[in-house]
Design a protein around this ligand. Sequence first.
Ligand SMILES: *[C@@H]1O[C@H](CO)[C@@H](O)[C@H](O)[C@H]1NC(C)=O
Ligand SMILES: *[C@@H]1O[C@H](CO)[C@@H](O)[C@H](O)[C@H]1NC(C)=O
Length: 495
Amino acid sequence: MTTSFKFSFTIEILCLALCSLTLSCHAFTSMDYSTALEKSILFFEGQRSGKLPPDQRLTWRGDSGLSDGSSYHVDLTGGYYDAGDNVKFGLPMAFTTTLLAWSVIEFGDEMGSQIEHARAAIRWGSDYLLKAATATPGTLYVQVADPNMDHKCWERPEDMDTPRNVYKVSTQSPGSDVAAETAAALAAASIVFKNSDPSYSRKLLQTAMKVFDFADRYRGSYSDSLNSVVCPFYCSYSGYQDELLWGASWIHRASQNTSYLDYIKSNGHTMGAYDDNYSFSWDDKRPGTKVLLSKDFFEKKTLEFQPYKSHSDNYICSLIPGTSSFQAQYTPGGLLYKGSASNLQYVTSSALLLLTYAKYLNLNGGVATCGSSTITAEKLISQAKKQVDYILGDNPAKMSYMVGFGERFPQHVHHRGSSVPSIHAHPTRIPCNDGFHYLDSSSPNPNVLVGAIVGGPDSRDNFADDRNNYQQSEPATYINAPFVGAVAYFAAKPN
Ligand SMILES: *[C@@H]1O[C@H](CO)[C@@H](O)[C@H](O)[C@H]1NC(C)=O
Ligand SMILES: *[C@@H]1O[C@H](CO)[C@@H](O)[C@H](O)[C@H]1NC(C)=O
């Protein structure tokens, strides 16, 4: 045993002793959270489609999808693959962009030098969404690739040769859900770039208004018009009313144009106080809209928005054990649990809402009202911290669910590009069926998808690090996007 080992061992024992004596036990330091922030943003480089820029840091990736859209005479290169496959799905891509932007809008001041990388991650999404929204009048391109065909292969994005079909919504085949989410993403991104790139910001906002108008005027769900290629992957189960209100709320926030205030006032009733399942996801935008709109009440005392404070309280109280309206389920180890597939998406999205709502409450010293009790902003912050810490390794399995963070993290991530050797290490093409040998291999992924947060453990805190167990081992852009804001908060305020 070396002296330094002995020393750190003693410190550790001391910390453990202190932890059990006091309530202020901190598993992670500000530096740990900063590292996690950096990695959480880096992950998006691994999901990039299109021509990679010279400053690409995840260097095992290469260019891909360079002719996306060409057979339809439109440029649909760029954007993000949603998860472990090579499909560009518009609904989750737009939602990811909205939540990355929201992370920067609320917690960008806490990001330090990472703010530039966060903006680049948003722009990679918003550049693509701009193209998808403006290439053909009266049309929004919402997907590249047939997921059924894509999923029949296990190929690196750089090798893929499955059909890159292009799918769109139009005045005849509407998709108010995907279009209004795209409007939300463009509007939220316009706020991010307001000072750093004003002309880009204006373009984003103008396009957001056009896409929103299209979404609202030609109503329908893209799950009807594009059923066979969006369901069951990203079927809009919650319908499109939630996205319309969410889109209008973001344009209102970005523009302060009273038309959108009027729209919210006359359509807000479509979103009741209790009618949601208390999950904020790429499908259901209601909890996020409630919190977003509550800011006007706290900040400007807009009385019409008072109900959104009550709605937000209901949502927030549902997450806090011990309150009369508590509804959520937690694992024995303390993780919010909504379902067996990609559960951590609900954990990261609710952590962002808890911290954002805490920030809004602090605008005027408010508290959340849960029946006869009240909940302070500090309580919301500590609840969010438990979730963030759990993801980073403070959990019964002592496992970090962020790839490349901590000593133990998932090695068999369900991700084609990460699990097949890099094109730089193995330039020879690896066709469709040959890739399955890597899916089924017990070896760790050769390319570390740094920063990816995977689906996560089950309701008993158990995790099987198995590539075929996609419910637990697949990452997704919308798991990471809200985490960027949440972890930035703790990087700046670790206690
Ligand atoms: C809420 O969840 C239930 C059961 O999971 C589902 O049947 C219902 O459609 C959901 N409601 C909404 C509004 O999403
Ligand atoms: C406000 O938004 C409406 C609807 O998009 C638009 O017609 C109007 O020109 C906007 N007003 C301003 C001042 O930008």
